[in-house]
Design a protein around this ligand. Structure first.
Ligand SMILES: [Zn+2]
Length: 373
């Protein structure tokens, strides 16, 4: 994918940076891990610090000093997770902030305005994430709403996408510049954004019903988005069903455009889905699990809190070449966790992300090898 801020090779795993930060990992380490694209959550950034503030700061890239690509969700998923704090109408969703209880309204148009103000490379259409389980009538109604909202999202986005906050010639700190003086932080890189605009992806919904998924996919393809997501998965359904819906829906989406499955998954799942033809995935799992001491390794999952690691001098994963595994022992990682040291979250997360990103790198390598053969 050639995006305004990066060329991204697919299949790709995208670390989740909820509130303008991939929790516990500074941006220079994300660069070192070779993350090319991260997620930002529209709902969280809209509430705090506010999209207008971020626009004034030159957009999310410059605000958080992340020169590579950013994908923003539509805010829909978070808003719909609020349950009793929301009210859905054809026009949009009224919801109460989880921070202070204040009332807000998101429509497809407003979601586009917020995502454009944030300056994302890839924005997502405003959709209703159908809950699980949902009966057929409910999934049908939800799908109809999502299709109407997709059309409104696209229309508004096309009219306003040029209002993205990236300034001509101004990139992020350090980007494209050599550290010529100690206060390098004051230098801003020069980047050519001439003619570069963000893209908007459509989202397939339809609950767990094949015919609804088909209709959703076909109608979105008619609207002609540059990329498509399969949403409404990982909402509590059994893993078999997730796989089934992906397998049913993927062939209905153009193979020459990015196909993105939102909110998945475990390391073996992202490999499996990539093999099925999925190009993009994101999940809070590697970052969230890390903060709870769960490490993903080539030998399976490992709970670093376990007493058996107390004097284990080996690395978290003997087959991992990440900066954590090269330097720190399981014993030390376990101690940090027990002592509730903030560094624990940093090191655990860096390893888990390294493992996920490396897993996908190997998948890409495998695809290249097959292509070359
Ligand atoms: Zn590692």
């Amino acid at each position: 994918m050639t995006l305004p801020h990066a060329i991204v090779e697919t299949p790709v795993f995208m670390p989740v940076g909820t509130a303008g930060s991939v929790k516990a990992v500074p941006q220079h380490l994300l660069e070192e891990l070779d993350a090319r694209i991260i997620l930002g959550n529209t709902y969280h950034l809209y509430l705090r610090p506010g999209h207008e503030l971020i626009r004034r700061m030159g957009g999310l890239h410059r605000f958080m000093s992340w020169p590579r690509a950013i994908l923003t969700d539509s805010g829909g998923f978070q808003v719909f997770s609020l349950n009793e704090l929301r009210k859905v109408t054809e026009d949009g969703v009224e919801f109460r902030s989880h921070l202070d209880g204040s009332t807000h309204f998101f429509s497809p148009e407003h979601s586009m305005d917020v995502q454009i103000a944030l300056g994302s490379d890839i924005a997502m259409a405003f959709d209703e994430c159908t809950e699980y389980p949902a009966d057929y009538g409910r999934a049908r109604k939800s799908l109809d709403l999502t299709l109407k909202w997709a059309a409104r999202s696209k229309e508004h986005f096309e009219r306003h996408k040029h209002e993205r906050p990236w300034r001509q010639g101004v990139g992020c700190r350090g980007e494209g510049t050599e550290p010529t003086q100690p206060n390098r932080a004051l230098e801003w890189g020069a980047v050519d954004f001439e003619g570069k605009v963000p893209s908007l992806f459509g989202i397939v919904q339809g609950g767990m019903y094949k015919d609804l998924r088909r209709e959703s996919a076909e109608r979105l393809v008619e609207m002609d988005f540059p990329g498509y997501a399969i949403g409404g998965l990982s909402v509590g359904e059994p893993r078999e069903l997730t796989r089934e819906v992906i397998a049913e829906t993927l062939p209905l989406l153009p193979a020459d455009k990015p196909r993105y499955v939102m909110g998945v998954g475990y390391p073996d799942e992202i490999v499996e889905y990539a093999a099925m033809g999925v190009d993009m995935m994101d999940c809070v799992l590697p970052t969230r699990a890390a903060r709870h001491g769960l490490l993903f390794t080539s030998e399976g999952r490992l709970n670093i809190k376990n007493k058996k690691f107390a004097e284990d001098e080996g690395p978290a994963d003997p087959n991992c070449d990440c900066l954590v595994c090269r330097r720190y022992s399981r014993a030390y990682l376990r101690h940090l966790m027990a002592a509730q040291e903030p560094l624990s979250a940093v090191l655990n997360t860096v390893h888990n992300l390294a493992f996920y990103l490396e897993t996908m790198r190997k998948v890409r390598e495998g695809i290249e090898a097959v292509g070359a053969a």
